[in-house]
Design a protein around this ligand. Structure first.
Ligand SMILES: C[S@@+](CC[C@H](N)C(=O)[O-])C[C@H]1O[C@@H](n2cnc3c(N)ncnc32)[C@H](O)[C@@H]1O
Length: 286
């Protein structure tokens, strides 16, 4: 099993999965996602023995995932009849981590080659459906049940869509459901503009296509959406901090070396500055 069939932006799922797999090996993990570790091992049995070893260069992605999980758990506790749209799911095992009740219908959506990989690496479950068009082809909305609260999660996806595509996506989802919560994360305008120099984006040929310095303003695009507490609008928008990509800086040369030189036992005891990152990841607009 390899991710060799993936191209461009689809390949960005691998470093995120790797970070989650490594998190699961910590004594006090943030996510504790054993599916990530199993899937990563099957995808690349030597994933922890390559250039970066067990360095947690992608730790920010783990903190980001934890923030999305916590928001989602809160929403599903209040809306056990919800429909979940998990867009650009990659190989993320959120549905297994959250393990929603059978009253929730969960949809994971990504490109066909990613979905094919998911089918091989992750198990099926009840009330869980995989769909495989581009998120920008909104005809997929016709295949999901309406008339119920919706939880839309787009983790690590929006930077790869244009502003127009994001606008159409959010409008399409809000128009299709009576109420719900939308959870997204974005990057800053600066990160978008400089992404052509970003080594990760260059490596995967996956440049950012949008950026927002005030992502809370995404809610202004639709009269039924709002970003903030105390609102009685139909849709709440949760926006991750634009600094969620800080993990790349966190994993800078000096700390990577310091980490890689420790023996494995001591690496497992290593406590990353994850809680600080978590605080940054949870900075939604409230
Ligand atoms: C950085 S990865 C994040 C994966 C996952 N959300 C996670 O956090 O582990 C970005 C994902 O978005 C998916 N993606 C990007 N553009 C997409 C589109 N137009 N339609 C469907 N999926 C898309 C990619 O295939 C990839 O799996």
């Amino acid at each position: 099993m390899q991710d060799g069939d993936l191209v461009g932006v689809q390949r960005t799922l691998t470093p995120v999965l790797r970070a989650k797999a490594l998190d699961n090996r910590l004594t006090d993990p943030i996510l504790g996602d054993e599916y990530a570790e199993l899937a990563m091992r099957r995808l690349d049995p030597a994933y922890d023995r390559r250039r970066f070893g067990t360095s947690q260069i992608g730790l920010a992605a783990v903190a980001r995932a934890k923030a999305h999980d916590d928001w989602a758990r809160g929403f599903l506790a209040d809306h056990p009849d919800a429909v979940v749209l998990h867009l650009g799911c990659g190989l993320d095992a959120r549905v297994y981590r959250i393990d929603p009740p059978a009253t929730v219908d969960w949809y994971d959506l990504d490109y066909p080659s990613v979905i094919a990989l998911r089918r091989e690496l992750l198990p099926p479950r009840e009330h869980y459906t995989l769909i495989e068009p581009s998120v920008t082809d909104l005809t997929w909305l016709e295949d999901v049940p309406r008339g119920r609260p919706v939880l839309m999660i787009a983790e690590g996806l929006l930077p790869y869509l244009t502003e127009t595509e994001i606008h159409e996506l959010l409008t399409g989802v809000v128009d299709a459901f009576p109420s719900g919560q939308i959870q997204v994360d974005t990057v800053s305008v600066g990160a978008w503009r400089t992404s052509k120099w970003d080594p990760v984006g260059r490596r995967y040929n996956a440049l950012f296509r949008s950026g927002f310095d005030n992502p809370a303003a995404l809610a202004d695009w639709h009269p039924r959406a709002s970003c903030g507490s105390g609102s009685d609008s139909d849709f709440g928008l949760g926006v991750g901090s634009r600094r969620l990509d800080a993990g790349r800086r966190l994993g800078g040369r000096r700390s990577r070396h310091a980490h890689a030189q420790r023996p494995l036992a001591s690496r497992r005891r290593h406590r990353p500055p994850a809680r600080a990152l978590l605080r940054s990841a949870g900075a939604r607009c409230e």
